[in-house]
Design a protein around this ligand. Structure first.
Ligand code: PNS
Length: 176
């Protein structure tokens, strides 16, 4: 292909959700190649390691031939330039996301005027999903099915099982 249209979808994906997958599928239809790029060395303490998140992403996009999973450090604008991409893809769920995303898009445009940010609105059924809420639900042993792909739900269940104390913590009742 002479000039493939390459886009980068950056993020923490901790964990990847059905909202992310919805955006990935939409963007993969619009661009010749989509690079889903995981941020290395985020200041946030992740639930899943970088390698675990990359493996989960590879599993859930395995049917999409033009989607690649990669990791990046440093400035997104530099990574986009290095990948010869012209667009950054981000999902916008609502007004709260918009202000933050617009500021980030403008900053990236300042750093790399050759790139644009393309916003996707996730479909209504998944527009409420956030990785933060998913982690919170999973931490309390709640159901995450319908919020994340099956592979991610299994990984969260395995993580919850591994973190469960070996001896059940039951409160001793006072004898009356
Ligand atoms: O999924 P997230 O945590 O909302 O993703 C944020 C991300 C990775 C897109 C953003 O933190 C980022 O691009 N970091 C790289 C550093 C950078 O380029 N900063 C300047 C532009 S805001």
């Amino acid at each position: 292909m002479a000039n493939p249209r390459v886009a980068v979808f950056p993020g923490s994906f901790d964990p990847p959700t059905l909202g992310h997958l919805d955006v990935i599928r939409r963007a993969a239809r619009m661009f010749d190649r989509l690079v889903v790029a995981l941020l290395e060395n985020s200041s946030k303490q992740p639930c899943f390691s970088l390698d675990e998140r990359a493996a989960l992403l590879r599993t859930i996009v395995s049917d999409l031939r033009n989607v690649e999973i990669d990791t990046f450090g440093g400035l997104l604008a530099d990574y986009v330039r290095a990948r010869k991409a012209t667009a950054v893809v981000r999902g916008i769920r609502g007004a709260t996301d918009f202000d933050y995303e617009r500021q980030m898009a403008e900053t990236n445009r300042h750093l790399n005027p050759a790139m644009d940010t393309v916003f996707f609105a996730p479909s209504g059924a998944v527009a409420h999903i956030s990785s933060t809420r998913v982690r919170e639900i999973a931490a309390h042993g709640g159901p995450v099915h319908g919020l994340v792909p099956e592979a991610v739900a299994d990984a969260l269940a395995a993580r919850a099982g591994a973190n469960r104390p070996r001896t059940p913590q039951t409160k001793k009742r006072k004898q009356s």
